[in-house]
Unconditional design. Sequence first.
Length: 129
Amino acid sequence: MSADPGPCPCGSGANYTACCGPLHAGAVAPSAERLMRSRFSAFALGLPEYLLTSWDPATRPQELVLDGGVEWRRLFISDTTAGGPGDDTGYVTFTAIGRSDEGRVEQRERSRFARGADGHWRYVDGDAA
C-alpha cells in the first residue's frame, strides 16, 4: 500500500491523488481554473516538465528552470472568466503565496488560457494583477 500524499498543494481541499495528480500524469483539465490549479501545484512540487507541456507552444519558452529558493505554499483564486466546457479561452486571476530566505513572496496575475484542438487547456500568458 502506498503512502497517502496528503492534501493537494493547489488548496482545493482534495487529496493530491484525486486532484492535480491525475493532471500531472496526463489527464485533461476540464477547465482553465483546474489547469491553473494544477500549474500552481507543479510549481510547488517542482515539476517543470508539466509546466512546459501545459504551456501554449506559441508562447512557451525553450526550457524552464524553477527557482528552488521559493517554497510555494498557498493559492487564492480571486476571479475566473470563461474557461469552461463551452469556451475556447479563459482567464484566471490569482494570488500565489510563497516563502524564500528573504521572507514572503507574493505573485498576482491574470492568466490567459486557450483550449487547443486536442481539447487540452494551456497557459498562454499573464499580466501582473
